[in-house]
Design a binder for this molecule. Structure first.
Ligand SMILES: Nc1ncnc2c1ncn2[C@@H]1O[C@H](COP(=O)(O)OP(=O)(O)O)[C@@H](O)[C@H]1O
Ligand SMILES: [Mg+2]
Length: 495
């Protein structure tokens, strides 16, 4: 694409120099510049990109985008933009041909359940005969073909987001579902996505060091509604799908948008379950929606998955799936990798792998597994190096809700795993170490220990790693596969 054509589509951009150069890619990290790239100097992604504009040119960048003057090789074309952060999103969108305008796009945000809702919605769309795409913590999916998300980010930087949207368009996808974190919203990574649906799970109190207050966190998430409300029109109503049972509801419901659908367990909500019964493997209910009713038999356990299903139903309904097709679509959904994923090798106790790695998520995973547990509820978990997680809170949750638990290691990076475990332990109330819980820092040994102590009817929850394929240690990223570890431990016991 010619630089002048690209610059023309970017709001507030001023081109200086030769606009006829051909741009073949977008880069924001000078170390990853390829010949032909337009380098966008963003402050904060990898230091301040303005300091590396010269390096980028040396590495083959044919032009740079900047927000303030910097010394550059003479003759290098420059695109001046009001902000390179928003500029990166606009430039990427323009470079990939504004793919979000050729798709119906839903964003899913909230504290817990984003990945699940994203893939549930994708599944219901596909089951309803609508080619769909999804981007999540776990995978990028284009019309059913999945690629692992190994980026370490749930919502990637704008160029990857736009690149995936483009691939979806090229594959004939009609609806895209994007898991959207509040970090991504604050950093404008999804700025140039023309959303049609903004859906919210719950808004808990995690990530408090990044967002100073709950209000600020809520405000960050609420921007998804604004993005939908202001996104390009595509002939469907811009819709916010809001959890009426969550404390965030009142605030979010004041955000202006064309249409608001609420979901929740009370009849005051637009989408709500009638005759809800929890079953051994999931739940069963008649789903009432603003556009009709549908029978739902969910094959994923836990009450929070009823909420996730209501949210996903709202998203699909807003994107045009008929109400009566939503029930059958949800019925075929068998879960997301690493989300209450059952490991069943015929043993006489249950084993689940779950990604829960915050105090709240650990508590809800344990609370949800309790009714399915005849014997004892056993948990294995640790806290990650990222200090925004409430470590004592995780200890408290396990102490309050598990019968036996093992504190272990989970992505310690450069922190001392023993110290992290002590932080977790400090929150445990009224439990005896050695009897009610143990600390086993080697995660493989911890899993083996938990499987070893399990008796018939017990449930073992392996929490934290979920779908992840790596363990982040001081010495770098090590391969990890929780399912492989769990299966090996079970096999050893069955021998
Ligand atoms: N709606 C929900 N409310 C509370 N907890 C949930 C909800 N949905 C899922 N969880 C818990 O959080 C974990 C992570 O779910 P996931 O869908 O990956 O959420 P996210 O992408 O927001 O981190 C699940 O395995 C489960 O333990
Ligand atoms: Mg996620």
């Amino acid at each position: 694409m010619r630089l002048d054509d690209l610059a023309r589509g970017v709001p507030g951009a001023v081109l200086e120099g030769d606009g006829s150069v051909e741009v073949t890619g977008i880069a924001y990290d000078s170390r990853h510049v390829k010949r032909g790239d337009l380098f966008v100097a963003v402050a904060g992604i990898h230091a301040d990109g303005h300091a590396y504009a010269g390096d980028a040119a040396g590495a083959g960048a044919v032009a740079v985008a900047i927000e303030r003057p910097v010394a550059l090789p003479t003759g290098l074309p420059v695109v001046k933009v009001p902000s390179t952060r928003t500029g990166l999103a606009e430039i990427a969108a323009e470079f990939y041909g504004r793919p979000s305008r050729l798709l119906y796009v839903a964003g899913i945000t909230g504290t817990d359940g984003k990945t699940t809702v994203t893939h549930m919605a994708e599944h219901v769309l596909m089951a309803g005969g609508v080619l769909a795409g999804a981007m999540s913590t776990v995978a990028f999916s284009v019309s059913g073909a999945e690629t692992d998300n190994t980026s370490g980010q749930t919502t990637t930087e704008a160029p990857q987001v736009q690149d995936w949207l483009r691939r979806m368009v090229d594959a004939g996808v009609k609806c895209a579902v994007i898991e959207t974190t509040s970090h991504a919203l604050v950093q404008d990574r999804v700025l140039a996505c023309d959303f049609d649906v903004a859906a919210f799970t719950n808004v808990g109190h995690d990530h408090m060091d990044y967002h100073a207050t709950w209000e600020a966190y809520l405000e960050a998430k609420a921007r998804l509604i604004d993005l939908a409300a202001s996104g390009a029109g595509k002939g469907i109503e811009k819709t916010a799908v809001l959890n009426r049972d969550d404390p965030s509801f009142e605030r979010l419901s004041r955000r202006p948008i064309q249409r608001r659908w609420t979901y929740g367990l009370t009849t005051a909500s637009d989408l709500h379950p009638l005759d809800l019964t929890m079953t051994a493997t999931g739940s069963r209910f008649r789903l009432k929606t603003p556009l009709g009713e549908t029978e739902v038999a969910l094959a994923v356990p836990a009450r929070f998955n009823v909420y996730n299903a209501l949210c996903a139903a709202g998203v699909c309904l807003a994107m045009g799936v008929p109400a009566e097709e939503i029930g059958p679509g949800l019925a075929g959904f068998d879960g997301v990798r690493g989300r209450l994923e059952r490991v069943d090798l015929g043993q006489d106790f249950s084993v689940f792998i779950d990604f829960a790695h915050s105090a709240g998520a650990l508590a809800s995973a344990l609370a949800e597994l309790r009714p399915y547990t005849r014997g004892r509820l056993i948990a294995v978990f640790g806290s990650t190096a990222r200090s925004d997680h409430d470590r004592p809170g995780m200890g408290k949750a396990a102490g309050d809700l598990a019968d036996f638990f093992i504190i272990t290691t989970d992505d310690p990076l450069r922190e001392d795993p023993a110290e992290i475990a002590r932080d977790v332990q400090s929150g445990v109330v009224g439990k005896a170490p050695g009897k009610d819980y143990e600390i086993v820092l080697d995660r493989q040994a911890a899993i083996r220990r938990a499987i070893d102590v399990a008796r018939p009817g017990d449930t073992v929850l392996l929490a934290g790693k979920g779908h992840e394929r790596t363990m982040q240690m001081a010495e770098g990223s090590q391969p990890w596969d929780e399912r492989v570890e769990a299966e090996a431990a079970i096999r050893e016991k069955l021998r």
